[in-house]
Write a protein that binds this ligand. Structure first.
Ligand code: FPP
Length: 270
C-alpha cells in the first residue's frame, strides 16, 4: 500500500538524494526551528500564521526523514523560555497548534512508520495537550522507522539539573560512589538517555545560537545554519544540509586528514 504523504519527491530532492552516500548518512538530526514570526512579519501577517505555516514544514521534514530511513529526528518545538517569556495568547496558540498537529498527522506517521516521543518538562504542559501527546505516542509506539522526538517545554540547563538530581539520589542511596561517576552516568540520566547524540544540528533563520538546546549532547555535533526561515524549510533543504554534512571531516578532537599525513604531526593539535 502507498504511504500517505504530504508531498512527492521533487526532481531536485531526487537529485540530491542520488548524490548522498548511503553509508555516511547521519543517524540523528536535530533542528532548531526558528523564524516563524519573521516569516509572518515579512508578509504583514500575524505571528500565529507563521507558526501555523511552521507546523506544515514539520510534516515535510518528518516525511523526508522517514524516506531516507533516518533513525532519529529531534525538533525543538517549544522551549522553557518560550513558555515563560511569550505572551499567554501565543503560548496558548502554540499548544492548540501542537494538539491539532498530532490529531491530524498520527495516521500519516503510522503510514510512514514514524514513532513519536517527547523530551522536556512535559508534565508542566496543559492537561489536554498532555493527553493528546500520550495518545499520539501510544498510537505510533509500534513503528520501527524514524523516531520523531519533539522537545517541548525543554531547556538543556534544566535537563542537566534534572539529571544531576537523579544522579545525586543514586549517590545518596549509596548505589553509586561519588568517585566512580563517569560521563556515562550523567548521560543515562538525560532525557535523551535512549538516543545517540545528534550528528547534525540544523538551525533556520540565520541565528548563530544554540538557545539552550541539547547542550551536553552536541559536544561533537556538526552545525549547519541556513538563512531560510522555518516556514519555508522543506525536505529538500534538510537533504541539502545532509549533503553538506557528508562533505565534512568529523574529527572528534583529533587531527584532520591532511594534517595526519604531514611529517611531525605529533606536535600539531596539542
Ligand atoms: C520560532 O519562531 C519557533 C517556535 C516558537 C517553535 C517552533 C514551533 C513550530 C514550528 C510550530 C508548530 C510545531 C509543531 C511541532 C506542530 P519564532 O516565533 O521565534 O520566530 P521569530 O524569531 O522570527 O520571531
Amino acid at each position: 500500500m502507498q504511504a500517505s504523504r504530504v508531498h512527492e519527491l521533487s526532481p531536485e530532492e531526487q537529485a540530491i538524494y542520488r548524490r548522498l552516500d548511503p553509508s555516511r548518512l547521519p543517524q540523528h538530526v536535530a533542528i532548531i526551528m526558528d523564524g516563524n514570526g519573521r516569516w509572518a512579519g515579512k508578509r504583514s501577517l500575524k505571528r500565529f500564521l507563521g507558526h501555523q505555516q511552521g507546523a506544515e514544514s514539520v510534516q515535510f521534514v518528518v516525511e523526508t526523514a522517514s524516506r531516507i530511513n533516518l533513525p532519529w529526528l529531534t525538533l525543538y518545538a517549544f522551549s522553557l523560555e518560550n513558555n515563560l517569556r511569550r505572551p499567554k495568547t501565543e503560548v496558548n496558540f502554540l499548544m492548540r497548534l501542537l494538539g491539532a498537529y498530532l490529531s491530524n498527522n498520527v495516521k500519516r506517521m503510522n503510514d510512514n512508520n514514524v514513532r513519536i516521543r517527547y523530551i522536556g518538562r512535559t508534565d508542566e504542559l496543559p492537561h489536554e495537550v498532555r493527553e493528546r501527546m500520550e495518545w499520539a505516542a501510544e498510537q505510533t509506539q509500534q513503528n520501527t522507522g524514524t523516531t520523531l522526538t519533539l522537545a517541548l517545554n525543554y531547556g538543556a540547563r534544566s535537563e542537566l539539573v534534572d539529571a544531576f538530581r537523579g544522579l545525586c539520589q543514586e549517590v545518596q542511596r549509596k548505589e553509586l560512589a561519588l568517585e566512580h561517576i563517569t560521563e556515562q552516568d550523567i548521560q543515562r540520566h538525560l532525557y535523551t538517555a535512549h538516543m545517540p547524540d545528534p550528528d547534525l544540528l540544523i538551525r533556520t533563520s540565520g541565528e548563530m545560537r544554540i538557545s539552550n538546546f541539547l547542550l551536553w549532547q552536541i559536544a561533537y555535533t556538526e552545525i549547519f545554519v541556513t538563512d531560510r526561515l522555518w516556514p519555508d524549510f522543506r525536505g529538500v533543504h534538510m537533504l541539502e544540509a545532509i549533503e553538506n554534512y557528508q562533505s565534512r571531516n568529523r574529527r572528534y578532537g583529533g587531527l584532520s586528514d591532511d594534517l595526519q599525513s604531514l611529517p611531525g604531526n605529533e606536535l600539531v593539535g596539542r
